[in-house]
Design a protein around this ligand. Structure first.
Ligand code: ADP
Length: 201
């Protein structure tokens, strides 16, 4: 199993928002968590990434228990609804960010960046700032950035939320293509039933 959650519970102010949830995601699977707003989907996703702590249960990635492991060491790729790109950094700098943090050499960073921009169909956009891109393009950069350090799993939290219908469709296809090409285990969170059925394995 690529992701194993066992009896995860998370409370806010004593109230459980995730209550005794267990699930397994296979290697290379595109898994979708579907539910209404406020049902605890993001909380669960953030728990997998190590971005929020849990009150009970355990989390394993590729068979390794990471319940007590910090977000940085889990190294999970994460894409949020609202782009969350660094506004003052170029596309190239955004994508290379996780590699720079990990002290990857410049030549290797550059090669990886070129590869990723090709993957998300944004070749030649290296020098742009996020403000000079459309919403859909920004989300594709966010996907490339999340994948840069070859994370063990990719987590997508309503990544299409802020986009109009046509761009959504395009980005869905890009994400699906990228996911298949890399064979990366992916969990997508959405409240949109149509989207869930369009994307999930
Ligand atoms: P979803 O992603 O399904 O919309 P969330 O996981 O974001 O749901 O939220 C689940 C519940 O937890 C909601 O009722 C929300 O208000 C609550 N919640 C989320 N984050 C916090 C927080 N930091 N403090 C208190 N309550 C929170």
């Amino acid at each position: 199993m690529s992701i194993t959650l066992e009896r995860i519970t998370k409370r806010y102010n004593g109230q459980p928002v995730v209550n005794d949830v267990s699930l397994e995601v296979s290697e290379g699977e595109f898994f979708v968590l579907l539910g209404p707003s406020g049902s605890g989907k993001s909380t669960l996703l953030r728990a997998i990434a190590g971005l929020s702590d849990i009150d009970g249960g355990s989390i394993a990635l590729h068979g390794q228990d990471v319940t007590q492991v910090g977000a940085r060491e889990r190294g999970v790729g994460f894409v949020f609804q609202n782009y969350a790109l660094f506004r003052h950094l170029t596309v190239a700098e955004n994508i290379e960010f996780a590699l720079r943090v990990r002290r990857v050499k410049a030549a290797e960073r550059r090669a990886r960046r070129k590869e990723l921009l090709k993957l998300v169909a944004l070749e030649g956009f290296d020098g742009r700032l996020p403000g000079q891109l459309s919403g859909g393009q920004q989300q594709r950069v966010a996907v490339a950035r999340a994948l840069a350090h070859r994370p063990p799993v990719l987590l997508l939290d309503e990544p299409f939320g802020a986009l109009d219908a046509k761009i959504r469709e395009e980005l869905r296809r890009t994400i699906r293509t990228v996911q298949r090409e890399l064979g990366i285990t992916t969990v997508l969170v959405t409240h949109d039933q149509e989207e869930a059925f369009a994307m999930a394995d």
